[in-house]
Ligand binder design. Structure first.
Ligand code: MLT
Length: 410
């Protein structure tokens, strides 16, 4: 009989968001009249920007013609999209990238998981706690870890607690690690890291021959001009960092699917022989073998984000969500709740009132306010006692949810 990948059995529970979905469906079935407001998973609600939609339609029409028809594209993405991103999104930051250093994909979640393919299993990995669960679970699935302990920490992963005491920015590991996951603006805490803070990580990585996986999926939500949008704004980062970006939240592509990875040519690892080898070459090899590229219409739609019109319209959508974030932040602060994030990120991280557990607060909000959020403990043990609200809802729902919570907590 074929053997299963036993590593999957080490995973403690179902993936967080389906589990929340299950509980909400159960509640809705039992309470059909309840008007449930979902501010749990960070899923966008605004329609695509008109310029993006127009390009999307036009690209679908291309497929109806013999002249413009597009079959297989380059596995790593079309140059016209890559170059538009480099010009409009990286150059203004003072970051120069080569076309060959960027890879377009069907989303950042897959990229964060797939990147593990090109790293040896005996690398020591450090991840934050709380953290986007994909970083943790994919390391378990691929077989890098042992079992989880009672706390939920897996053997062979170095966890870096993020809490109020360290402003939700982890301390440098005290032991040598080879791979470090950093996510700023952070999911789930909504907090950000300054250039000086990121410089410490880049220096650590370069001094220890480590690689940083920098998840910048939420960079477009930064409002403070001093906060870096890319790890490559930090001197030395091109030698040690791989950056992930996503169109999901930035341009409303959660259902459309498009992301990108930057693997600078200078990022090196060692072969078993001890010689150096470029991760860029490995990622290209992996991409061309295991992927056939994001679809042509999706890439055309993504490229339209970088047109003058598309850029302006996309920014307006981001501002809409950040206004939601402000409404949540200010409303809950008024209700006496301690909150973090929500200024440079679309997530508000709050301390559960009265020291309730994260899941108890989830149940309370669902049952008493009919509002869905995400329990902090679902992002790791250090998330216990916290709760995440997403700013991606419809404005009227966000206002109503805040009013319901305020009333409930009075
Ligand atoms: C979240 O809510 O944390 C995100 O939507 C998850 C994701 O981007 O996959």
């Amino acid at each position: 009989m074929a053997k299963i990948n036993d590593n999957y059995l080490k995973l403690k529970a179902g993936y967080l968001f389906p589990e929340i979905g299950r509980r909400v469906r159960e509640f809705a079935a039992a309470n059909p009249d309840a008007k449930v407001i979902r501010l749990g998973i960070g899923d966008v609600t605004r329609p695509l920007a008109p310029a993006v939609l127009k390009a999307f339609h036009a690209a679908v029409d291309d497929l109806a013609t013999t002249d413009q028809f597009a079959g297989y594209g380059p596995e790593q993405g079309y140059d016209w999209l890559i170059n538009a991103i480099i010009e409009k999104s990286y150059k203004p930051l003072g970051v120069e990238l080569k076309t060959e250093e960027m890879f377009i994909s069907d989303g950042s979640k897959c990229d964060c998981a797939n990147i593990l393919d090109i790293f040896a299993l005996d690398n020591v990995v450090a991840i934050g706690d709380p953290v986007y669960p994909v970083y943790n679970d994919t390391n378990v699935m691929i077989g890098r870890t042992g079992e989880a302990n009672d706390k939920g920490y897996y053997e062979n992963i170095v966890y870096m607690p993020c809490n109020e005491a360290n402003n939700f920015i982890p301390a440098l590991p005290t032991q040598k690690v080879d791979i470090i996951y950093l996510c700023f603006p952070n999911n789930p805490t909504g907090t950000v890291a300054s250039k000086a803070e990121l410089k410490k990580w880049v220096d650590y990585a370069n001094a220890n021959d480590a690689v940083i996986f920098f998840d910048a999926a939420y960079e477009a939500f930064i409002t403070n001009p001093d906060i870096p949008h890319s790890i490559y704004e930090i001197e030395g980062a091109k030698k040690c960092a791989i950056e992930f970006r996503s169109f999901s939240k930035t341009a409303g592509f959660t259902g459309v699917r498009c992301g990108l990875v930057v693997v600078p040519e200078e990022v090196m690892g060692t072969m078993a022989s001890g010689e150096k080898y470029s991760f860029n070459k490995l990622w290209l090899r992996r991409t061309t073998t295991k992927f056939n590229g994001a679809s042509y219409p999706v890439q055309r739609a993504a490229a339209a984000v970088y047109s003058d019109e598309g850029w302006k319209q996309t920014k307006e959508i981001i501002d809409y969500y950040m206004e939601n974030a402000r409404i949540i932040r200010e409303g809950l602060t008024e209700a006496g709740v301690t909150i973090f994030g929500g200024v440079d990120a679309p997530y508000i991280w709050l301390k559960t009132p009265g020291g309730m557990s994260s899941w108890d607060f989830f149940d309370k909000l669902l049952n008493e306010c009919n509002v869905v959020g995400t329990p902090g403990s679902g992002f790791g043990p250090s998330g216990e006692g916290y709760f995440r609200l997403s700013a991606f809802g419809h404005r009227e729902n966000v206002i109503e949810a805040v009013e319901r919570i305020k009333k409930n907590l009075k």
